[in-house]
Design a protein around this ligand. Structure first.
Ligand SMILES: Cc1ncc(C[n+]2csc(CCOP(=O)(O)OP(=O)(O)O)c2C)c(N)n1
Ligand SMILES: [Mg+2]
Length: 372
């Protein structure tokens, strides 16, 4: 029986040999039998919106990186190069779907409406968590590699029990595929047929570990062993990502269970602002991937379609410059939370022990007040 399940999952999979793509790096559009049907509504306005979203994501990332170098943020995990993977999938979601990200999904946070203040506070160390997950339908950043896939699966089990047709989407990296948590999440998601999407951004590295040392076969192929159909797409092609995510979401809403998407992309920048990638990879490899840039690709496509690219670029520039100003204001307006708030959100209802620890801490603070 398990063989049948895997075989069925494989039958509904696509792109395992060669990633599915719509736009090539030159911006030319190619027909794709699996994806084309999902893109009939994507006109020039929609393409422009995707372009502006990606430009904005890139600028937020660039500014936050600079704020780290200026000592305003403690750390930042850059998303340069991964804009199509994040924006294409993020734009496929409904407002009521729930996002469970890792720590690199800044574009998702921006699309969901998380404020710059809330986003930067995470990396400034001035929040105990980040934001209200329910307000944005997005969980706060997860540093424990892969843990969010369990959260998404559990949430999706709840959605099924409620009879809702929303979907939980978990973002994970290539390195996370080696974690037990992810494998456990896929078992539960598959056997309970939960409305979940596992969206893996294969950016080719887990810090310094190249993906070829994590897997000898495409990561997406693993999902089929769990009975989960997989779509492997060019992750720098925003249209391919949008279409694949729509397919996965539709399957989940119809009661067809989870889908695994592998978006093949590349982390152009360092792992975080404390990493030096020149120690473990060649400039040549990075240059090759720069040639597949997701934003340049869409810009070329718009130009080939006769769109007024100079106008679109200008519109994006205005939005980006405003975002840069807003980020700088946001980074300087935060307040340090009081230390005792660390006890506030451990449990919905504090346990006796947590309450005691809180009281002890307050007593200690009072005892040293005025000492320095
Ligand atoms: C359980 C766990 N193990 C190790 C780490 C340290 N760590 C932080 S990021 C990272 C690499 C993750 O790589 P990947 O899943 O590919 O995501 P990416 O950083 O490339 O987005 C590791 C090993 C961690 N945070 N959690
Ligand atoms: Mg990675």
């Amino acid at each position: 029986m398990s063989i049948d399940v895997s075989a069925r999952a494989a039958e509904h999979s696509a792109g395992l040999d060669e990633p599915l793509a719509i736009l090539d790096p030159s911006g030319a559009r190619h027909a794709n039998a699996v994806l084309d049907g999902q893109l009939s509504d994507v006109d020039e306005t929609a393409l422009t919106d995707l372009y502006v979203d990606m430009a904005l994501a890139r600028r937020v990332d660039q500014e936050a990186f600079a704020l780290t170098r200026q000592g305003e943020l403690v750390l930042w995990p850059p998303s340069l190069g991964q804009e199509a993977a994040q924006v294409g999938s993020g734009r496929a979601l409904r407002e009521t779907d729930f996002v469970f990200g890792s720590y690199r999904e800044h574009a998702l946070a921006v699309l969901r409406g998380v404020t710059f203040r809330e986003l930067l506070a995470v990396w400034q160390g001035t929040t105990q968590s980040g934001w209200d997950p329910q307000a944005y339908r997005m969980a706060t950043p997860q540093i424990i590699i892969g843990a969010q896939t369990l959260h998404a699966t559990g949430y999706a089990m709840g959605l099924r029990m409620d009879g809702a047709d929303d979907v939980a989407i978990a973002y994970l990296g290539d390195g996370a595929m080696s974690e037990g948590d992810v494998n456990e999440a896929m078992v539960f998601a598959s056997t309970f047929r939960v409305p979940a999407v596992f969206f893996c951004q294969n950016n080719h590295y887990a810090i310094s570990e190249p993906v070829r040392l994590q897997s000898a076969s495409p990561l997406a192929a693993r999902a089929t062993g769990f009975g989960i159909p997989a779509l492997r797409v060019d992750g720098n092609d925003v249209l391919a990502v949008l279409a694949a995510t729509r397919i996965a979401l539709q399957r989940a809403r119809r009661g067809g269970g989870p889908t695994f998407i592998e978006a093949v992309t590349y982390r152009i920048g360092p792992h975080t602002t404390t990493d030096d990638p020149t120690r473990y990879r060649d400039d040549e490899e990075v240059a090759q991937w720069r040639g597949k840039d997701p934003i340049d690709r869409l810009e070329r496509h718009l130009a080939q379609n006769g769109a007024r690219v100079d106008q679109i670029r200008e519109e994006a520039q205005v939005r980006c410059d405003q975002a840069a100003r807003d980020l700088r204001t946001a980074v300087t307006t935060g307040e340090m939370p009081r230390a005792e708030t660390i006890f506030d959100h451990v449990y919905t209802t504090p346990t006796v022990r947590i309450s005691e620890q809180r009281a002890q801490h307050l007593a200690f603070e009072a005892s040293i007040e005025g000492e320095s």
